[in-house]
Ligand binder design. Structure first.
Ligand code: URA
Length: 432
């Protein structure tokens, strides 16, 4: 990018967006490049991101902003692989362990799945933190190791290299501390710049809606999904989005080793019905997008092919697929306070409880406890008796129980059957 030709004043760009104008291509290219180089100050970019949050961006501006973030780093390509590639991205939820069974499941059908993942921050867990509870498993792979594993095994879940969209890394850290994470243009460009730079042939987005998600309401989730599908499609990536419920945690566990255990149950043909349903729904979309519309992912879960692929994937990264997973030193139960029906199991409350128990981190550099988290024994709609365990809290540090219980206050409610809201897991589908 030739920044000397268009050396804008950062203040001029901020004022334009503050006053509700659209930014020109040249302004966008310059501001992203100059910010990545350190020539636009953090306080200037923070004012600009706030102006974007308040005044928005149109489709062409978002596309240009995304392209500028892609241009800030390297672009990968999987075009030399012998099979098509398909990737999945979730906007993040509580108990969302779907990547773990999904990647090996899709690989069974000769589709390569490059899952470049991250660690958790805040109340949503990170895929790498979960897999790191498997003894020996290694998240950091070189590009060559990743490509070799995609050829040999067909699936890889690893840490995204620092060369992909470095502008996003800097910008995301800034948004995190300036109240500007929630801007749809910024979320969409952040996610899609990394996915487009990664070079996947097709992409399925799982856009979560509900208390445990970024997007609390369906209208905003739909707008985010549409924006990302348009960005992917315009960049030549076959992109589809499912809008899925995140009012209630996914499955019966939230926490690193606890979620690995549940994922292995799904790969063994069992596991909670919602985790199985979403794994299969996303697998079908990925297989369709990769040109395998006749594949039957449910059969591959039932007959052990997905489990074989999982073992190969874990072992290729040094993990011991047969090792016992870490277990927290201490547990406490949360009991039903009355007879009735469980009406509320709030995803955000459970996510914060798991985080406070040690499953998540408050700062990037904090360690996580592999065994910590929340095990769920009843789901909304289940009849419960007074004194019956509803949740088990797991931690190595029992002084955390009290704060976890505070997080759950009001989030676990026993009432009557009439108060139960039936909600579909897959709410909508956006894309061709
Ligand atoms: N995930 C990302 O990668 N970026 C965002 O802005 C939000 C979620």
């Amino acid at each position: 990018m030739n920044s000397s030709r268009n050396d804008f004043d950062a203040v001029e760009v901020i004022v334009a967006k503050r006053d509700g104008h659209r930014l020109s291509d040249e302004q966008i290219d310059w501001v992203i490049d100059a910010y990545t180089r350190g020539a636009v100050a953090e306080e200037q970019m923070s004012a600009l991101t706030m102006a974007i949050l308040l005044n928005g961006m149109d489709r062409a501006e978002i596309a240009r902003w995304t392209a500028a973030m892609i241009a800030s780093g390297e672009r990968m390509s999987f075009s030399h692989l012998s099979r098509p590639t398909s990737d999945k991205h979730s906007t993040g939820g509580v108990g969302d362990k779907i990547t773990l069974p999904l990647a090996p499941l899709v690989a069974v059908f000769d589709v390569a799945v490059p899952q470049l993942s991250g660690r958790g921050l805040g109340h949503t867990g990170g895929t790498l933190d979960k897999l790191e509870s498997i003894p020996g498993w290694r998240a950091a792979l070189s590009n060559d190791e990743m490509m070799r594993q995609l050829e040999d095994v067909g699936a890889v879940i690893c840490q995204a290299g620092s060369g992909l969209a470095p502008a996003d890394r800097k910008l995301y850290a800034l948004r995190d501390v300036t109240g500007t994470v929630e801007a749809i243009p910024l979320i969409a460009s952040s996610i899609m710049s990394k996915k487009i730079a990664e070079g996947t042939g097709s992409l399925v987005l799982d856009v979560k809606v509900g208390s445990g998600a970024f997007m609390k309401d369906i209208d905003r989730a739909t707008e985010l999904a549409r924006t990302m599908v348009e960005l992917g499609t315009d960049a030549g990536v076959h992109t589809v989005a499912l809008l899925t419920d995140m009012e209630v945690p996914l499955g019966l566990t939230a926490g690193n080793a606890l979620e690995v255990r549940e994922s292995v149950e799904v790969l063994a043909g069992g596991g909670p019905a919602d985790v199985v349903e979403l794994t299969i729904a996303l697998a079908r979309e990925m297989l369709d997008a990769a040109g395998r519309p006749d594949a039957d992912p449910a059969a591959a879960l039932a007959d052990g092919r997905a489990m074989d692929r999982w073992r190969a994937m874990i072992e290729a990264q040094g993990g011991d697929a047969d090792a016992d997973l870490p277990v927290a030193r201490e547990t406490e139960q949360v009991l039903a306070e009355a007879d009735g029906v469980l009406t509320t199991l709030d995803a955000y409350a459970v996510g914060v409880a798991a985080w406070r128990l040690g499953a998540g981190r408050a700062r990037k550099e904090d360690p996580v406890q592999a065994g910590a988290g929340v095990e769920i024994h009843a789901r909304p709609g289940d009849a419960v008796r007074k004194g019956q365990p509803l949740l088990t809290l797991h931690t190595d540090t029992p002084e955390r129980f009290e704060r976890a219980r505070q997080a759950l206050a009001g989030g676990v409610v026993v009432g009557t059957a009439a108060d139960v809201t039936d909600r579909p897991l897959v709410i909508d589908r956006i894309g061709a």
